[in-house]
Design a protein around this ligand. Structure first.
Ligand code: MG
Length: 389
């Protein structure tokens, strides 16, 4: 179904606390306003106007980088003036279906959009998602400096609904309704304007996911809702390097003085290599050699922290996170124990994890095998990762 859309992102959002206006803040690594724009474009919006506050042009350009099909309009002092500015910039013909959506409701999905567009196609003058009020409603005195507000009445909740967005209208109907709206009043949604003009508005199924980010604590709730179901994954890795001439080894990102060094194309940090393979293994991304071929001169002598950071970035880019890691170093010498805490600290720093989620252990093989004969050193690692879906 063909439709156009206006996203209202011009609010200063003072109730959401200090810092950047809420529409430009990050939600699960993505600016709040970008969630809505991506959802509307992927649901088939032919054109989207994002109404922003004066001076927010750079923030918007950064938030929407790489997306096509949108343009900006500058909003007014009130929500209704911002919507009017958006409609003017939309350049719609009167029969076009226009969706008006609050940027502060980032978790809109195609099904919400399809429902309001379909209701309009069925002949309504306007459609919006709404949730039936489930809590008992009280009327009370204003919040006082001293004492608690006093209840003055219990309000009948039957037939009451919480209005959400996106709200759908024919462009001509919405424009005419706004033209007739009294300048002294500020509507809190667009359906109210079309209702006042005599339009027939219908409700489509609302969704807790369409919550409006208003207060600071709303962000934590939206983060949870945006995350959906997370699945725990496990990956494991193993690596070994041969000892050769030198005066120290790199292990788990820490340089340890020794009478020999580990030989390898990079810095031969077997601990980081095993851990990188564990992270890659947890997300089915092959092994360290696939991402950093030993034949590539760029990785000659490279700090292996680069490899670990790359694996962690692959996880983060898919909306996942590392839960905990556990590395075991296997050698007779150098003695690991004096350096263990430094290694844990370095891994915690590289993976941005609290210290209690990072373990480094060491063992010998009681003089048996290649590690026992001190021909080389081995490492194994296990990582637990949470991924969406
Ligand atoms: Mg290696």
């Amino acid at each position: 179904m063909d439709f156009l859309a206006v996203i209202v992102a011009a609010g200063s959002g003072q109730r959401a606390g200090p810092g950047a206006a809420k529409q430009w803040r990050s939600l699960r690594g993505k600016p709040v306003a970008r969630w809505s724009l991506e959802a509307l474009l992927s649901a088939g919006a032919r054109r989207v106007v994002v109404v922003i506050a004066p001076g927010d042009e750079a923030a918007a350009a950064e938030a929407f980088a790489g997306l096509d099909g949108w343009r900006l309009a500058t909003g007014g002092a009130t929500r209704d003036r911002s919507v009017a500015a958006g409609l003017a910039a939309l350049d719609a013909s009167s029969e076009d279906i226009v969706l008006v959506h609050d940027a502060a409701r980032p978790l809109v999905e195609t099904r919400h959009i399809d429902a309001v567009v379909a209701a309009l196609a069925d002949g309504a003058d306007g459609a919006l998602p709404a949730l039936a009020v489930a809590d008992t409603l009280k009327r009370a005195t204003a919040w006082a400096d001293v004492g608690n507000p006093a209840v003055t009445a219990t309000v009948e909740r039957a037939g009451l609904w919480r209005a959400q967005t996106p709200q759908a209208f024919r462009a001509g109907v919405l424009a005419e309704a706004y033209a007739a709206w009294p300048a002294a009043e500020s509507p809190t949604d667009d359906a109210a304007v079309v209702e006042r003009a005599g339009g027939r508005i219908v409700l489509t199924p609302g969704d807790p996911r369409l919550m409006k980010l208003t207060y600071p604590e709303d962000f934590a709730m939206a983060e949870l809702l945006a995350g959906g179901v997370m699945t725990t994954r496990i990956g494991q890795g193993f690596d070994a390097h041969r000892f050769g001439p030198g005066d120290g080894v790199w292990l788990c990102g820490v340089r340890i003085p020794h009478d020999r060094s580990l030989i390898g194309h990079s810095d031969a940090d077997a601990g980081l290599h095993a851990l990188t393979d564990a992270l890659l293994g947890a997300i089915g991304e092959g092994d360290i050699g696939d991402h950093f071929p030993p034949s590539d001169p760029r990785w000659k002598g490279a700090a292996s922290s680069v490899f670990l950071a790359h694996a962690a970035e692959l996880i983060a880019a898919r909306g996942g996170r590392v839960v905990n890691v556990d590395v075991t170093l296997i050698c007779e010498r150098p003695k690991i124990k004096p350096h263990r805490e430094a290694m844990r600290g370095r891994l915690a720093e590289l993976l941005a994890l609290p210290l209690d989620r990072v373990s480094v252990k060491a063992t010998t093989t009681e003089a048996m095998g290649f590690t026992g004969r001190e021909e080389g050193l081995a490492a194994q690692a296990v990582a637990s990762v949470e991924m969406p879906g």
